[in-house]
Ligand binder design. Sequence first.
Ligand code: AMP
Length: 698
Amino acid sequence: MADETQQNNAHERIQKLRDEIEHHSYLYYVKDAPEISDAAFDSLLRDLDALEKKYLQFLDPSSPTQRVGGAVATQFTPVQHAVRMYSLDNALDTDELEAWMDRMESHFGRFVPVVCELKIDGSSIALTYDNGSLVMAATRGDGTTGEDVTVNVRTVRDVPLQLASAGKGSIVNLDAPVEVRGEIYMSKASFEKLNRQAAKEGKPAFANPRNAAAGSLRQKDYHVTAERDLSTFIYAIADEANITATSQWELLAWLRECGFHVNPDVVRCEKRSEVLDFCKHCLEMRDSLPYEIDGVVVKIDSFAQQRELGFTSRAPRWAIAYKFPPEEKTTLLRDITVQVGRTGALTPVAELDPVRVAGSVVARATLHNSDEVARKNLRIGDTVVVRKAGDVIPEVLGPILSLRPEDSVPWQMPMSCPSCGSLVVREEGEAVYRCVSLDCPALAKERLIHWASRNALDIEGMGEEIVTRLLATGKVADVADYYKLTEADLANLDMNRVNREGEPILLGEVVAKKLMVALDESKTRSFARVLFGLGIRHVGKTTAELIVHAYPSLEALSKASVEELSAIPGVGLVIAESVHSFLANETNQAVLARLKDEGFALVEEIVEVGEQPLEGLTFVLTGSLVESGMTRDEAGERLKALGAKVSGSVSKKTSYVICGQDAGSKRTKAETLGVPILTERQFLRILDEKQAPAELGM
Ligand code: AMP
């Protein structure tokens, strides 16, 4: 009996302590007006914690002690939103905002009151309370399905774990869960502190407070979330039918009564000019706010009027987000560095003194190509204007010439690749400089994958993952290295994964054996395929064949000048220059020499006379061959080289008519006479496989 009384007393005290602590949390975190000292608050919390540990039967996930302890971290389970979480339509300038107000005005026949709120730059959150207790916190996700982040959100200090009783009176049906919505965000100060800490620990910095908030919210370990100092502003309810409020303005008042953190900078406007004034005011005070905002949300106040307007597929018609104009800042252009992309393109990059623009720190910005640097007249040492609009990539607009240092010089693209040091080339009429060296590490992976691909050397099984590991372990750097690999090299290749026992996974003998066979087989591929496999810019499969047809060996091809190459039917100046600069590159010459040593013939297999696969067949060509770009004469030559006869007109004796684009009367005649028709694709296949159409099942 005594036991029972003790228990009841304990329960009562636990309840009281919880209410008291929640009340002080609210005063401290929401109101910013604490009534007791931090020490007294901590002491209350400790008392509660001790009692809960003694009377485990009263432990409750909504207890304030559970904000930073207790429950087990969850994986994020999907949550189906009972009411969809919509996005907002944007007004990118005041004209668009006025246009929206015009629409509203013409719909209602007058200007109806609106509520203007700050657009908090954080992450959407939905909080569900059952019987007054927080039971679920979910992210927006795609609007229909979000993620359950309840455990993490419980650690956020200004989220009430229980609805304050003052608010409960306005709920129509207390038995139905109440879902409120708002934004979870990180203050500028906490964001900076977090990034300073990250820098100290050598970890990557967060780009902006919004990303930091979203990232902190989705931590697997809620202790981490607890340390991140997140806050919320709540501004919506999923189903307004369950509260007595009839407008957004009343809703905000009710949310305050419930203990939610509601942004104080809200206005109810009865005139258009008040909306515009508020937007202007917010833009001016934006920098002085302790958190990031990216605009103002204007909402029709009356719920009845909101319902009348309804939603589009993605956003409410009764609200609009006026986005602030892009922010511009000035900073120092410290350097222009050059990056080598995976296609060999050299991209100049502006290295800037880090500057905060539109909510994130900008330290680098692409300058696209050297023409762009010249056009913008940028020099190292310049003070430049940097712009960033919302989520858009930062952009260097141009220099402030009056601040240009006297000794500055125009910038020039380096003539050698910053990654491998070989000479870079610029093609006629192109803005981009490129590295064409076969052993440039920046390009290696793409080249190695391309070489092994089906239409090139067709090394079965040599996919991206294996190539990545071969590169990472230093076993292969260029295509000739493939042929130095031993079976043991491949079998022992560390795939950078571990099995269940935590042991590293190796490629293994079975795959290694197969790859060795495939590598060996690839040495017998035609010279045209090798040329294509080298990944020379602009040299596709058909072009490679055209080139090899004119220059059937590497030796002959290497001696050809740009003029000679561009005289090959179907090969223009751009291709000719690309092939020429590729073959003139010393590294590439060395790689080709090594391929030859490995057993590559690098000579076109000559089709023996008497073995001519198209012998006895007569072809007629019509229409234009757009895919290969060959003229009909060139195409005829290629057919004749394989033993075919080529005729200018269709008759019963014609074996096949090859129809390119816009084929005319010859096609009709062939159809009338029942002569089989081939497409350009099929024609190219005949050339490629050097077999008669019938052999190829055409
Ligand atoms: P956006 O993501 O640009 O389509 O903007 C829509 C998002 O703005 C919403 O999903 C909310 O997360 C966020 N938001 C921030 N502040 C407010 C606010 N006061 N009212 C409504 N939405 C807001």
